[in-house]
Design a protein around this ligand. Sequence first.
Ligand code: NAD
Length: 496
Amino acid sequence: MKTLGHLINGMRVDRAERTQEIFNPSVGEAAGQVSLASKATVEEAVAAAQAAYPAWRDTPPAKRARIMFRFKQLLEDHADEIARLIGQEHGKIVHDARGELARGIENVEYACYAPELLKGEHSKNTGPSIDSWSEFQSLGVVAGITPFNFPAMVPLWMYPMAIVCGNTFVLKPSERDPTSALYIAELAQEAGLPAGVLNVVNGDKEAVDTLLDDPCVQAVSFVGSTPIAEYIYSRASANGKRCQALGGAKNHAIVMPDADMDNVVNSLNGAAFGSSGERCMALSVAVAVGDEAADTLIAKMQEQMKSLKVGPFSDKNNDFGPVITKAHQEKVCGYIDSAEQQGAQIVVDGRGIQVPGHDNGFYVGGTLIDQVTPEMTCYQEEIFGPVLLVVRAGSMDEAMKLIDDHEYGNGTCIYTRDGEAARYFSDRIQVGMVGINVPLPVPVSYHSFGGWKRSLFGDLSAYGPDAVRFYTRRKTITQRWPSAGVREGAQFSFPS
Ligand code: NAD
């Protein structure tokens, strides 16, 4: 069985290390294995990044950006192969994988703009013959640790901008579907990155902890589940590193009684079940305001869900594929069991779904659960599967309070035809990314992506303008050139 290694100092590196199986979840069989980097391997990658840093730091930003232009082209040229690699290991349908890649490419496009973004600020005559300016300098070696659910896109949220800002990078992709990230990093290499500027180490906790503790690593970007995000943030910060750690979610949609219900149902179907619900922006809770809205929503959803097509990633006619692992399939079904035991009503049940010819695949069918209440485990925790919960609220304020009281604050959405209600909602809701009749309000690459509350630890969001700030630090320089013959005496007080 093939073993995936690492990319260190511009070369594929294979070591005799611990390994883990990589599955093809559509068929439920191991398709290869991945090396789990030892501390020594990670230290070697960090040393390569550290060695590459001085020359890369001094490379003009426009030259760095030109490599990103070439990288973008290579990503487009190899899109089919990348989508296949994503689908094979993640399970998402190939055209969804193409969509993921397209979102990633948008971040490369934004990184091409870095010379403009790095221009800094200048003020002439801040005092007599004194000029001041702020410049945005790179940090050094930066690390990125990424989740399984967007194996191509989330790394592309990070390193194109980090690198074009003058940093060097060590990426630790998810060990569950690592192949596309390594393949893409090799394309970046082919685009012209000097050896050592971008390194990829595959691995698990040992690799991550080595990055968090290595004094050469200046900053850490993390995306994953909330318990790990909190751990990463605490440990990286305790070690004096800059850190942004994006965590999990429980995204609610408020369905107002005046909403266009056919539109809501179409939109919720895609947002709840697309990619098997394994998106941090998936809508996993619909809060219907009033019983009439709830009953209509349930009836229409139930009808539409009859046509959901679940099956292998390679069939474009499927709506979504399997979940990532057998253990995750059992976990998702366990949440449905708990909802039933705690008194919710399973309207459409995706447990035990059979996909002919793919009997061992890790499938869970679309599931709709009514009469969910806030004390239930299925409501409190992130399920990360194709499960939509319906909670009934008596008013919009009651619905908003549910959202505000929840641990997570990643994304949310309101369906209404009332502009005043929408404005009230977007102004007050305690969530970082808000949609108005838009189910997945994922910011475009020239805005930034980040939740509130326990969906993000740190101050700056991912990609977009916040990424420029995260991957650089401000230096402010104040300058005077005294002209010959004009010399001042010592000044002991601030001039008034
Ligand atoms: P995860 O937290 O299990 O893993 C993420 C990364 O952390 C992986 O690279 C993994 O190797 C590493 N890791 C796991 N356990 C670790 C440990 N004990 N110590 C050190 N490192 C460890 O997340 P996942 O299951 O791969 O991804 C799904 C989660 O990511 C969901 O919670 C989802 O909401 C979240 N997510 C959030 C965003 C966002 O932008 N907020 C985006 C995508 C995914």
